[in-house]
Write a protein that binds this ligand. Structure first.
Ligand code: SF4
Ligand code: SF4
Length: 355
């Protein structure tokens, strides 16, 4: 068994593509904010054009001397293409509600994206399993937020537990590679340990533990649903290791940095793009409740936005680590008598992986 901190990838980028914001569910922690992200469903023509904007784009040379050389020498097409690979994750709302999702997947495939994933709540609308093959995509990623029907359905809605389990079984039976996402909060933290028994024979290959972010619906709700540092450190690494013992690759966010670890903001050193149907493109997911996007798509072109935007925040250095965390979810910070933070909060995109 091997545990490693997955450094931000400097040789590939990630496109988190929200092709619509419509959803059949209404999860209590949903991060979609229609005031900020719009209500549009992108038509397939627009999806294809926007995919092209991110396909084979040279990876930026942020902190990466080798990449700087490659970007200076674009004539060497073999190097550029190798370096420029982007992973695409189709998201919503619920992406399978889009009647042309299968065409979007096939377009991404023909454009040479490094990997293709569909994140779904399990309802698998529009017969998506019959319209694409397991050679077309790398993963279907299913969301489940409780080991029991009672807990999951209290967060994700009545009937969603049965639907997601049924969806996983159908996808596995058709040989699709499947993963699962469990968003940990105070509401379902106590059931994470039960997930080992539930998923060990389901046929999923990867298990992602996520931490609830105070954005979207969570930011407007009363109370703090974030798990305390003590509970997080006591439970998450141990449970992740147990699940990985069944041959499932487990990934979870680092959240709290040890004193000997260096803070890095992914916005400064990696290429992640969170694209919404209204054309906003963020590089930091926890900025998404605000008009702080650093790029936008206008006339099918990717254009930098005016200051002040998220990039100005990425440059700030504070003792607490992530600036956005301190601004929108400071509940997870604690200080000693002289006002120094006990720990830094890692970038939300820094992960531990056990394989
Ligand atoms: S399934 Fe996803 S998009 Fe739909 S309500 Fe739940 S969290 Fe939001
Ligand atoms: S979560 Fe924090 S550290 Fe990560 S990209 Fe956003 S601002 Fe930077």
């Amino acid at each position: 068994m091997q545990k490693q901190t997955v450094a931000f990838s400097k040789n590939s980028s990630n496109l988190f593509f929200h092709i619509l914001t419509k959803c059949n569910l209404s999860c209590t922690h949903c991060y979609i904010n229609k005031d900020q992200h719009g209500v549009d469903t992108l038509d397939i023509g627009t999806i294809k054009k926007w995919l092209k904007l991110f396909a084979n784009r040279p990876v930026s040379d942020k902190n990466n001397p080798k990449q700087a050389l490659i970007n200076k020498n674009p004539a060497d097409k073999s190097m550029v293409n190798k370096a420029a690979q982007t992973n695409v994750i189709f998201l919503g709302g619920e992406p399978t509600l889009h009647p042309d999702l299968h065409l979007a997947v096939k377009e991404a495939k023909s454009l040479g994206f490094k990997s293709i994933t569909i994140d779904t709540n399990g309802y698998l609308f529009n017969n998506i399993l019959d319209k694409i093959s397991c050679d077309d995509i790398d993963y279907f990623s299913f969301s489940l937020d409780g080991a029991t029907q009672t807990t999951n359905d209290s967060i994700r809605g009545e009937g969603s537990y049965d639907k997601v389990m049924e969806g996983i079984k159908k996808a596995v039976a058709k040989n699709f590679s499947c993963s699962m996402i469990y968003t940990v909060s105070e509401k379902n933290f106590h059931e994470l340990e039960l997930m080992e028994d539930l998923i060990k024979n389901l046929g999923i290959k990867r298990f992602f533990i996520q931490v609830i972010g105070m954005r979207g619906k969570s930011s407007g709700s009363k109370g703090n649903f974030q798990v305390s540092k003590e509970n997080w450190l006591k439970t998450i690494p141990k449970t992740a290791k147990k699940i990985a013992g069944h041959g499932i690759v487990v990934t979870y966010p680092k959240v709290f940095l040890n004193n000997d670890e260096t803070f890095q903001c992914a916005g400064n050193v990696a290429d992640n793009f969170f694209v919404f149907p209204n054309g906003r493109v963020y590089q930091c997911p926890i900025c998404e409740d605000f008009p702080l996007h650093s790029l936008e798509i206008r006339g099918n072109k990717l254009i930098p936005t005016q200051k002040i935007n998220e990039k100005d925040l990425f440059k700030l250095t504070i003792p607490e680590g992530c600036v956005m965390n301190k601004m929108i979810q400071p509940q997870n910070l604690s200080y000693n008598k002289v006002g120094e933070p006990y720990h830094q909060i890692a970038c939300c995109m820094l992960k531990e992986e056990i394989s």
